[in-house]
Design a protein around this ligand. Structure first.
Ligand code: SF4
Ligand code: SF4
Length: 438
């Protein structure tokens, strides 16, 4: 794609990066076929190619985002299916990230939307606040019946629709909190490695059992696990809201905390059980590339970051115990399959450990969770969830496995089949408790 940035514009490293990305796009439109919003809405401007044009116009002309641009960028799930499909290697992720930052900086949203986004950015990265908000949401759940349900997908759902979506996503009960930062879980038997395990924000409140399963399995296989004391939210949630100041501050704090831990006790890897977070941590090196104080450290952290299944592929797991012929529908989280290109490891681990693994039809399509998307765009998100659940039902599973808490909550909202994390099944297969009794 031909671009027309001025030399002065190209002096800005972000614009230079956008120019490189835009020039790689050859307008072929292959990406439209796998874009969930294009598949659902059929509007070229809700396809990757359409959004790329909108972003190009906004950046080239250096003008504030229009309402139209914001509508179509807001509808993007950042699922990155387009990056998997694109034959020209267009890095849509870095382009749309830049567009979101520009929108956040230069576009004035309606007051209710500004308040809602500010509340999400404040609450979600802070587990104590998130826990308190989930308790409040539980009390408000009976109000769901009084709030309006949309007839069709709308670009600007009302505040009431979004509140309804939040209440619908809140759990019926909250488990007790897991172990605190600073905890160390020694290896059982001969020590073979030492890793940090990302504590996560929403996940540690909604499902501490996931990291508990990871700790159980790792220590049982000789790996010491540390929950790093000063670790913060990885920044993914605010990054996707275009609040880069917040996201980068969190990235810097984590780089400092993890490298200090690596210096103190050594770290073979920083393990992540929430693939949405893993995708962003693996991108720290890019996000902080222009920061002379952090660029090298961030690159080191990105190289250390691994999805739990990526790491376990290199560990000799104990022989599996027999669980009968349990059929597991494997839901490939977008952040894992498109963001990190990890497609086979989770399925191979599950198969090797005695489960009958089934691929889900249309597995490339997002379930609609996408960070805060199911709150901000509940109508599109619900349609995608219903489609995902119908596809999952076709393989008649006993359980559904996924590697991302956002997907797990989203899918569980539409099915009675137990939704568990891949690591819970692997822990069970190698001696841990049976999951899915939630
Ligand atoms: S990230 Fe997903 S929703 Fe956004 S343009 Fe790409 S495929 Fe479409
Ligand atoms: S598939 Fe790639 S090159 Fe083709 S239009 Fe989409 S982003 Fe551009």
């Amino acid at each position: 794609m031909k671009t027309e940035f001025s030399l002065a514009q190209l002096a800005d490293p972000d614009i230079a990066e956008a120019d490189k990305i835009l020039r790689a796009c050859v307008h072929c439109g292959f990406c439209t076929a796998t874009c969930p919003t294009y598949v659902l809405l059929g509007d070229e401007l809700d396809s990757p190619r359409g959004r790329i044009y909108l972003i190009k116009e906004m950046l080239e002309k250096d003008r504030p985002p229009t309402r139209e641009v914001v509508k179509h960028i807001d509808r993007c799930l950042s699922c990155l299916a387009c990056m998997t499909t694109c034959p020209s290697g267009v890095n849509y992720m870095h382009l749309v990230d830049q567009a979101r930052v520009r929108i956040e900086r230069d576009y004035r949203r309606p007051l209710t939307e500004r308040l809602l986004r500010a509340a999400l950015a404040l609450v979600l990265p802070r587990p104590a606040l998130f826990r308190a908000s989930m308790m409040l949401a539980r009390l408000g759940r009976p109000l769901v019946a009084l709030l309006p349900e949309a007839e069709q997908a709308t670009a600007s759902p009302t505040l009431l629709r979004r509140i309804r979506a939040m209440l619908m996503l809140s759990p019926g009960r909250l488990p007790a909190p897991g172990p605190a930062g600073g905890s160390v879980f020694p290896a059982i038997g001969e020590k073979r490695g030492r890793v940090a395990l990302l504590q996560g924000c929403a996940q540690q409140v909604l499902a501490p059992r996931i990291n508990q399963a990871a700790v159980n399995l790792l220590t049982r296989h000789g790996v010491e696990v540390v929950l790093v004391r000063d670790e913060q939210c990885c920044g993914a949630l605010t990054h996707h809201l275009g609040r880069d100041g917040d996201a980068l501050a969190r990235a810097r704090a984590n780089v400092t905390a993890w490298l200090a831990e690596a210096e103190r006790g050594g770290l073979d890897a920083i393990l992540v059980t929430t693939s949405g977070c893993g995708t962003v941590i693996k991108d720290y090196g890019f996000m902080l590339r222009e920061d002379p104080g952090f660029a090298a450290g961030a690159a080191q952290v990105s190289a250390l970051a691994k999805d739990i299944t990526e790491y376990l592929s290199g560990v000799d797991l104990q022989p599996p115990q027999h669980h009968g012929d349990i059929v597991v529908a494997y839901h490939a989280a977008c952040s894992l399959q498109h963001g990190q290109k990890i497609t086979q490891a989770p399925k191979e681990l599950l198969s090797k450990n005695g489960f009958v693994v089934k691929d889900v039809p249309e597995s490339h399509l997002c379930c609609g969770s996408a960070g805060t998307y199911n709150i901000l765009q509940p109508d599109i998100a619900n349609k995608l969830r219903d489609r995902k659940v119908a596809n999952i039902a076709m393989v008649k599973p006993d359980m559904i496995a996924a590697g991302n808490i956002g997907c797990m909550v989203q899918i569980a909202g539409g099915t009675s089949v137990p939704v568990v994390h891949t690591i819970e099944l692997l822990d069970w297969a190698t001696g841990g408790p049976r999951p899915g009794l939630n």
